[in-house]
Write a protein that binds this ligand. Structure first.
Ligand SMILES: *Cc1c(COP(=O)(O)O)cnc(C)c1O
Length: 354
């Protein structure tokens, strides 16, 4: 693939402290940009990261026709650059595109332009353990109009950000709370697509949760307000007895790649994973009865995040005395070990780009 590259004249690399990175507030020097016009995607280009010209009537501002992805790149222990399961993230981007009436970007263009970007910005990939390069591909509608309709023009972009831990808690347990009032998504809505609208729906309840001392909202289903769905930026798993339970993908929960990875690793251990509806009442009663031993969230940004506390109405349940459990720790170590090339990549999940 031949991509036109325009390099920055003023790299910001020297301003970055790679020993102390937070999440998502620094962007590498370059980005991928590719336009869709006259019914087809044009050639991708790599250009300096920076402002771009858009107009106030941009339909994305008004109607939210946009999708995104989030994946990670690493330096392996052998010095190679790896991306974790890119074909899975790309497949989900295609599914999100369909739901939002956005023309699909094929895998060759996706991975080829990403490979080009990482070659230009390889110094931006952190080498410290626990750190990575967060990769954010996205597509926005580019028409300017105020009537509601599907756009005729689009822009595909990839920006990257060297990141540390997603939560300030790091791998320490987070606190979740259900929302008595709001829902994130309903079956038939946008919940299965990675699209900004889902996050717009979650901002107010998320702020309320933070105000009350919680890390994130634990979403219940939008119809009965009874069954657990996910955490907004993470899918969720419960260890009850010797079983690992996660809510099924029934049309409102996002199909997380880390969720897929956890299910695969767990089954590979010869252990049982059940994708089934699980109510908040069941979780609370198992927590009280002592059979709920671990709860964790899964997502690319945080990888595996232990949950130490769940609050629902006036009921508060602690999990594993607020400490990370052995299964949660195992999964974190196994997945990050594979990502950093410290453990065997038995399922060929790491795509070596250079
Ligand atoms: C991205 C995301 C997740 C996690 O998915 P991963 O592919 O594991 O990163 C979970 N829930 C929602 C709503 C998301 O947007």
């Amino acid at each position: 693939m031949n991509i036109k590259v325009t390099k920055t004249k003023a790299s910001r690399l020297k301003d970055v402290d790679f020993e102390r990175l937070e999440f998502g507030d620094i962007f590498s020097d370059h980005m991928v940009s590719m336009d869709y016009r006259n019914g087809r995607w044009l050639e991708p280009e790599i250009v300096p990261y920076g402002a771009m010209e858009i107009f106030p009537a941009l339909c994305t501002f008004h109607y939210g026709q946009a999708i995104f992805e989030g994946l990670k790149g690493f330096y392996g222990s052998d010095g190679s650059i790896k991306i974790f399961r890119p074909e899975r993230y790309h497949a989900r981007m295609i599914r999100s595109s369909k739901r939002l009436c956005i023309p699909p970007v094929d895998f060759e263009t996706f991975i080829g332009s990403l490979r080009g970007l990482l070659a230009v910005d390889k110094e931006w990939i952190p080498r410290k353990k626990g750190y990575s390069l967060y990769i954010r591909p996205f597509i926005i509608a580019m028409d300017n109009f105020l009537g509601v309709k599907v756009s005729d023009t689009y822009r595909f972009m990839i920006i990257t950000s060297p990141v540390g831990a997603y939560y300030k808690e790091g791998i320490n347990p987070v606190k979740l709370v259900t929302s008595g009032e709001y829902v994130r998504a309903v079956r038939g809505g946008l919940g299965t697509a990675k699209t900004p609208a889902n996050y717009a729906a979650s901002l107010l309840p998320g702020e309320e949760a933070k105000h009350n001392g919680f890390t994130q909202v634990l979403w219940l289903d939008g119809v009965e307000r009874k069954y657990i769905e996910e955490v907004g930026t993470m899918n969720i798993f419960f260890v009850i007895g010797d079983e690992l339970i996660t809510p099924p993908l029934e049309g409102s929960v996002l199909d997380g790649i880390t969720r897929q990875t956890v299910i695969h690793l767990w089954k590979d251990l010869g252990r049982k994973v059940t994708e089934r509806r699980i109510s908040i009442d069941e979780v609370l009663s198992c927590a009280m009865g002592g059979s709920l031993t671990e709860v964790f969230g899964t997502g690319t940004a945080a990888v595996i995040s232990p949950v130490g506390e769940i609050q629902h109405g006036n009921v508060r349940a602690g999990v594993n005395s607020g400490k990370i459990g052995p299964m949660t720790q195992f999964l974190y170590d196994e997945i990050t070990g594979i990502q950093y090339g410290e453990r065997p990549d038995r399922f060929n999940w790491c795509h070596t780009v250079q």
